[in-house]
Design a protein around this ligand. Structure first.
Ligand SMILES: C[S@@+](CC[C@H](N)C(=O)[O-])C[C@H]1O[C@@H](n2cnc3c(N)ncnc32)[C@H](O)[C@@H]1O
Length: 316
């Protein structure tokens, strides 16, 4: 009997996203991080025979896969693919005279990106140390390691990786980069292991994971991108009472953000709480929604996922 094919990316908290974002027929659903369309397909199906799904992703290949999947799932709706950073989605929507009724951002990277050795995200596969979500833009992880001063590398590894030995790791990277380039995932792993050792059988996480995560977040400006998206959400919520054309979110829009890092979740919490305190939105989730045991067993990646949802006020 042949092995069942392994899904290439399992959408996290799928039922919770559907229940809490609950699109209605005719809505405009905007998926800022379409990935392989796992969430978007299901959201699109809830639209029935009318509505629109705007799909956005930095990764052109993921975006294309998401578009095909959504089209296959619901051929009656309009689909608008946008390749680029979600930071630019508000401007794109305003330019197209669209307003989102439902907005989803499922942050970070997808399993198929992780599993592709050529992308450089995983210490388990050898490949060029790239880590860019859009490989046509910006600076690779190897580039950062070779050009940033030691203190900056240490700060990145501490802040984004929560690595307790960040200083020692940065010192070693700087010592090693001059003797031979650190430009492959396996070379980086070897350097990291010389400081951090291997995974202890009693721990779940391999210690090199933290530095890989930190570099990925830095390479893709993930925290500042999220901050910029949250700022745009705040401005759109502020514009609603005046009926200003600055808005790109419709009155009553539901906004869901799934984060995988405490730094990101803290930001989402702060922005959402502020909007609620100012009476501009309602907290649909008072606490982050997390995956249940069954989901974590089936999809270990969901272990660190946190979903927060708000609903903006109705328009004036
Ligand atoms: C966790 S995956 C999304 C998976 C998707 N929800 C699904 O179920 O298939 C995150 C996706 O967001 C994309 N991404 C991350 N940061 C982005 C950004 N700032 N702008 C646009 N896309 C981004 C990544 O390329 C990746 O495809």
């Amino acid at each position: 009997m042949s092995e069942p094919t392994k899904p290439r990316h399992i959408p996290v908290l799928l039922q919770e996203v559907l229940d809490l974002l609950a699109p209605h027929p005719g809505d405009t659903v905007v998926d800022c991080t379409a990935g392989l369309g796992g969430h978007a397909v299901q959201l699109a199906q809830q639209l029935g025979s009318s509505g629109r799904v705007v799909l956005n992703d930095l990764d052109a290949r993921n975006l294309q896969a998401a578009e095909v999947a959504v089209r296959r799932a619901n051929s009656a709706i309009d689909i608008t693919p946008i390749q680029g950073n979600f930071v630019d989605v508000p401007r794109q929507l305003r330019a197209a005279d669209l307003r989102a009724d439902v907005l989803l951002a499922d942050l970070g990277f997808s399993s198929n990106q992780m599993d592709d050795g050529a992308r450089g995200f995983s210490f388990m596969r050898d490949g060029p140390l790239d880590m860019r979500l859009d490989p046509t833009q910006g600076r690779s992880a190897a580039d950062l390691i070779h050009t940033l001063p030691e203190e900056e590398l240490a700060a990145i590894i501490r802040r984004f990786g929560e690595e307790p030995r960040a200083r020692a790791v940065a010192r070693k990277l700087v010592a090693e980069r001059d003797s031979a380039p650190i430009d492959t995932t396996f070379r980086l792993t070897t350097v990291l292991r010389s400081v951090l050792g291997s995974r202890h059988p009693s721990t779940r996480i391999d210690p090199v994971t933290r530095t890989f995560q930190a570099l990925r977040i830095a390479v893709n400006d993930e925290v500042s991108n999220l901050e910029s998206l949250l700022e745009s959400i705040r401005r759109s919520a502020e514009a609603l009472p005046s009926g200003s054309s600055a808005g790109w979110l419709a009155g009553g829009a539901r906004v869901g953000i799934i984060s995988f890092h405490s730094l990101e979740d803290r930001l989402v919490k702060q922005y959402f709480r502020e909007l609620s305190k100012r009476g501009l939105a309602r907290l649909v989730t008072r606490r982050p929604v997390v995956a249940g045991e069954e989901e974590v067993d089936f999809n270990p990646r969901s272990r660190s996922a946190k979903l927060r949802v708000i609903e903006l006020n109705d328009a004036a």
